[in-house]
Design a protein around this ligand. Structure first.
Ligand code: GDP
Ligand code: IMO
Ligand code: MG
Length: 427
């Protein structure tokens, strides 16, 4: 078996898309296992930028099958927009398959997400407003519609009518919002049904058979450990499990299928949306990181909050995911800084911790304990050998390896597919 997993170790946007695309040239199948089009994964090839939301980032490598697994919530209208855009640019999209068990993200999920987010509350999450939370909520309260429901049109319409009546009550009575018309929504789905049916499959069977016949399968995480529903800064999280554990439940493969679990570590920290962020820089240094790192959301365009690298956060991801390697990205963005502080522990009420507490009240009291590294002046974005990096930059990388106890397999130094230093050839 040869199963690879790529997961985010921070708050998302670490550069997962870039690494998946890079690995993609050697794999037979790329599989999304959770999340939906809240993801924004950027791939840059020969200066051309492609942002993927629902489609696996293997799509630019035509040899790989692209599978959307059972654990993903799929907005079919967004899916086809993405496919149409790529096809108009000459990208072949004939190797995309969708699990018939995946839940359909419905128009009312988006409206409910928008309405929930419009409330004036300190617990407002700052979601992407793509309907992710409401769709997963329906899945777990067992009123969701699944892709397989589209196969039997009468069943689909019956379920839709019943669910929509309830959703319209919530939309109008709780939030004073505009209800949906059943017939109009039925028509909307009738218009895409014929296109989606041939793309459906039993993805669990397809992926397991690929693994059994020694194909290389890459599982692409969206979001990241600190946005995980169980281990993130709840409630400021997403509604799925973006971890290696999420692969098992979100695709239906056994734990022994995972050979390499690669955590992507951005060389500093960013976060989009609300929620605690211990190393956040609210000053000019934070603004400089945002500008230099082009830290604006790939999905919503929102400015990302920026701060220093938080290693207790990364260490938590190492443990929860059982990382076998890490890939460090965007280290080029740190060039030109005189000093680079890295958070190595939290001080909470006079005691030091290297773990993230469950209670947001405790986490709000956490002060970062910094180890300060010397910076480097040079532009490193064209370097391809580790020993050619400035010594202070090498020290920064080695410290991450030492702190996390996990080998650094790759250092990414530019957004381009080729902009990498490869230290361990698992790629
Ligand atoms: P993802 O959600 O984890 O796939 O990451 P995003 O695509 O949302 O954000 C990462 C951003 O950083 C994208 O704009 C990438 O093109 C860019 N990027 C990735 N790796 C590097 C790198 O090593 N250096 C620089 N400067 N940019 C990078
Ligand atoms: P990728 O895959 C960064 C954040 C949102 C919000 C919270 C919940 O590109 O790394 P949701 O819409 O999921 O209910 O929002 O999670 N969020 C992300 N932040 N990168 C992402 O994906 C994200 N997907 C969701 O900003 O704080
Ligand atoms: Mg992103």
């Amino acid at each position: 078996m040869a199963g690879y997993v790529v997961v985010g170790t921070q708050w998302g946007d670490e550069g997962k898309g870039k690494v998946v695309d890079l690995l993609g040239k050697n794999v037979d199948m790329v599989v999304r296992f959770q999340g939906g089009n809240n993801a924004g994964h950027t791939v840059v090839v020969n200066g051309k930028k492609t942002i993927l939301h629902l489609l696996p980032s293997g799509i630019l490598n035509h040899n790989a099958w692209c599978i959307i697994g059972p654990g993903v919530v799929v907005n079919p209208f967004v899916l086809f927009e993405e496919v149409d855009l790529l096809e108009s640019q000459g990208v072949l999209c004939d190797k995309i398959r969708i699990s018939d068990r995946a839940h359909i993200l419905m128009p009312y999920h988006i409206r409910l997400d928008e309405l929930e987010e419009s409330r004036d509350s300190k617990y407002r999450i700052g979601t992407t407003k793509n309907g992710i939370g409401p769709c997963y909520a329906d899945k777990y309260t067992r009123v969701g519609l699944r892709m397989c429901d589209l196969k039997d049109w009468d069943v689909f319409c019956e379920k839709l009518e019943e669910t929509l009546a309830l959703k319209n009550l919530e939309i109008t009575k709780v939030y004073g919002g505009e209800p949906f018309d059943f017939n109009a929504m039925k028509e909307q789905f009738a218009s895409i049904r014929e296109r989606i049916l041939p793309m459906l499959c039993d993805a669990t069977d397809v992926v397991n058979k690929a693994l059994e016949s020694d194909k290389v399968v890459l599982f692409e995480g969206a979001q990241a450990n600190m946005l995980d529903i169980n281990y993130g800064t709840y409630p400021f999280v997403t509604s799925s499990s973006p971890t290696a554990g999420g692969v098992l439940t979100g695709v239906g493969v056994g734990p022994r299928a995972l050979d390499h679990i690669i955590g992507i570590v951005k060389a500093y920290s960013t976060r989009v949306g609300e929620g605690p962020f211990v190393t956040e820089l609210l000053d000019e240094t934070g603004e400089n990181l945002r500008q230099k790192g082009a830290e604006f959301g790939a999905t919503t365009g929102r400015p990302r909050r920026c701060g220093w690298l938080d290693l207790p956060v990364v260490k938590q991801a190492v443990r929860i995911n059982g990382l076998t390697e890490v890939a460090i990205t965007k280290i080029d963005v740190l060039s030109g800084l005189k000093e680079i502080p890295v958070c190595v522990a939290y001080e909470i009420n006079g005691k030091q911790y290297d773990t993230v507490p469950a209670s947001l009240k405790d986490y709000a009291a956490a002060k970062p304990v910094y180890k300060v590294f010397k910076g480097w002046e040079e532009d490193i974005s064209n370097i391809s050998k580790f020993e050619d990096l400035p010594e202070t930059c090498q020290e920064y990388v080695k410290f991450i390896e030492e702190y996390t106890g996990t080998p650094v397999a790759l250092v990414s130094v530019s957004p381009e597919r080729e902009g990498n230093i490869i230290l361990h050839n698992i790629f």
